[in-house]
Design a protein around this ligand. Structure first.
Ligand SMILES: [Zn+2]
Length: 306
């Protein structure tokens, strides 16, 4: 048990992506396994850890077994290993298949910039064509059959994306916390990473031209597609801008709009207005933190703590 847990590779970024996909609320990354001491027992005369990390020492000279067990369980629980688990558990799909896994496949294709047709859970010719295009782009065997390798690439952040052609880094950039992380993920504010595209974020979901950071194009597309499927676009009354290389209204630091990673809707309803809670929850599921948490209800930003 101890050895197995110690040798598992812990993909913190994958876990974070999973957690952020599931959790609408702000999240804190799970602790690194290495910070949990890996379940080592300490010999009697080993150097003691610093006081703030010191463990209760059992009479046999090792770490008390209860503490050890609790720590190992916490470490195991923190290792969701979503990529390995999902790739292994997903059935092989081909034309003619239907159901929830086909729907997931279609959503994943769409998020990567490939067009599988309607997200209807039916693996028809359009979905097959999108699978083949995805396989071609990712140097897989182009057979239109979705087995473990194709699933793996669909779940991988770094897989090649398709027709949107605007993002080279996959479908979901990590949600940065704080200014330094924003610059690591999105670069400097200003106009070097922005693109203009059409998105259904106008009144009631009408298509409008939007200028935004290129890395968020697939995120916005997938998010608005899901909003459309859930009939939530009707709660968008106005679209009030995304990229704008300006300072925050309240101070001298740069607005998240200056990176093109924030958008405003329903501005006429005011900073303290209301946005439909289901729409807020959906946007937050995709990584857009709602400004309503800090008194700016029209605003959604793809970052935290800034
Ligand atoms: Zn805003």
């Amino acid at each position: 048990m101890v050895a197995r847990i110690q040798t598992q590779r812990f993909d913190a970024s994958a876990l974070l992506r999973l957690v952020e996909a599931l959790e609408p609320a702000p999240v804190t990354p799970a602790p690194e396994l290495s910070a949990i001491d890996g379940g080592q027992t300490l010999p009697v005369d080993a150097p003691r850890p610093p006081a703030n990390e010191q463990l209760p020492i059992a009479s046999n000279g090792g770490v008390s077994s209860d503490v050890l067990r609790a720590r190992l369980e916490a470490a195991a629980a923190s290792q969701a290993r979503p990529q390995a688990a999902t790739a292994a558990q997903h059935p092989t799909l081909r034309r003619g298949a239907s159901g929830a896994y086909v729907k997931e496949l279609q959503k994943a294709l769409k998020a990567k910039g490939f067009n599988p047709g309607p997200i209807d859970g039916q693996f028809g010719p359009k979905t097959e064509a999108a699978v083949k295009a995805f396989q071609r782009a990712n140097h897989l065997a182009v057979d239109g059959i979705v087995g473990p390798k194709t699933w793996g690439k669909l779940h991988a952040a770094g897989a090649a994306s398709g027709s949107s052609g605007t993002s080279s880094s996959g479908s979901r950039p990590p949600v940065p916390h704080g200014r330094a992380a924003i610059e690591r993920v999105f670069g400097q504010h200003g106009s070097s990473h922005q693109v203009t595209t059409t998105l259904p974020i106008g009144p009631g979901g009408r298509n409008v031209r939007v200028t935004l950071h290129e890395k968020l194009v697939p995120v916005m597309k997938a998010m608005l597609q899901e909003a459309k499927e859930k009939d939530l676009l009707k709660y968008i009354h106005t679209f009030d801008g995304m990229y704008n290389n300006r300072l925050k209204r309240s101070g001298s630091s740069w607005s998240t709009h200056a990176w093109g990673i924030a958008f405003d809707i329903n501005a006429s309803e005011g900073s303290s207005g209301r946005v439909n809670p289901k729409l807020v929850a959906l946007f937050e599921k995709y990584g857009f933190y709602w400004g309503g948490h800090f008194g700016d209800a029209m605003h959604f930003q793809y970052c935290r703590d800034y």
